[in-house]
Design a protein. Structure first.
Length: 157
């Protein structure tokens, strides 16, 4: 895992992956950096690997196997029960791509999800000011050609 570089925004970690399997493996490692309660924006183009990364995070938390984690594009939210350091963790994976307004977003009950034991990962959350304000960090995934990805994780202090 790369060393964290402290910035005004918090700690920044940078990684490179070269396949979907690499991205899942990185997700397993990233789970060690995440501590509930946390809300992270997952940013990247369509097909960048946001859900693939969540597969690894869910696996590391013993919340789900990678093949059980799918994009919540149409259901908007998937919930998984896991654990971190022997403590229960709720993993919420949201995809708000299809939502167009804060009013639609309110119907998801985001405030109710942000419990002390929750990790909330939101794809396309940067579209909404209310989510950006609550976010405790972000994960940006950028394609660098083929299946290679640059993954930048910023965690606020």
């Amino acid at each position: 895992m790369s060393e964290a570089a402290p910035t005004a925004a918090g700690k920044v970690y940078e990684f490179s992956t070269h396949s979907g399997a690499d991205t899942i493996a990185l997700g397993r490692k990233l789970a060690r950096l995440l501590h509930p309660p946390q809300l992270l924006l997952l940013r990247g183009d369509l097909g960048a690997g946001k859900t693939t990364l969540v597969k690894g995070i869910a696996q590391a938390l013993d919340a789900a196997e990678p093949d059980e984690v799918t994009s919540p594009t149409f259901t908007l939210i998937h919930e998984y029960d896991g654990s971190l350091d022997s403590n229960p963790v709720k993993l919420f994976h949201l995809d708000v791509y299809r939502l167009e307004s804060e009013r639609q977003l309110d119907t998801l009950g985001l405030d109710d999800l942000l419990t002390p034991d929750a990790l909330v990962l939101v794809e396309w959350g940067e579209k909404f000011k209310s989510i950006r304000k609550r976010a405790t960090g972000e994960i940006v995934i950028t394609s660098t050609g083929g299946d290679a990805r640059k993954i930048t994780v910023t965690l606020k202090d």
